[in-house]
Design a protein. Structure first.
Length: 122
């Protein structure tokens, strides 16, 4: 079950990761991130930050996979910080002033949080 939850977490994380890569490439999805501060394309500095977020999401997914024994065990100690960041991301998405961000990402990150907790406590 732990492995299934870890794979679910990684699959769910792939969704915002792909969006952040698209944002970095100039896709006009600004209303789905940073509280909808930008309605279209992100300014260059924010596009760079979208790459950082994508890297964080990838690292978080690998940490969850590692905790479940599906990635190098040396990354397992990063699991709880990754789980905490997932929870904070969920809270931020749920509280976002952007309705599209709340409606899309709050459920996704809530499922990611549940999967991470299942991995951590399982």
């Amino acid at each position: 079950m732990t492995e299934t939850l870890a794979l679910a977490y990684a699959a769910l994380a792939a969704m915002p990761l792909a969006m952040h890569l698209a944002l970095a490439a100039g896709a006009p999805f600004g209303r789905y991130t940073v509280g909808g501060r930008f309605s279209g394309r992100l300014p260059p500095i924010w596009r760079g930050l979208a790459l950082v977020q994508a890297a964080l999401l990838a690292g978080m997914a690998v940490a969850v996979l590692a905790r479940a024994g599906l990635a190098p065990a040396s990354l397992a100690p990063v699991f709880w910080p990754a789980a905490a960041l997932t929870l904070l991301t969920c809270a931020a998405n749920a509280a976002s002033p952007s309705r599209p961000e709340r409606r899309l990402w709050a459920p996704v990150t809530a499922l990611m949080t549940a999967a991470a907790l299942g991995v951590g406590l399982g």
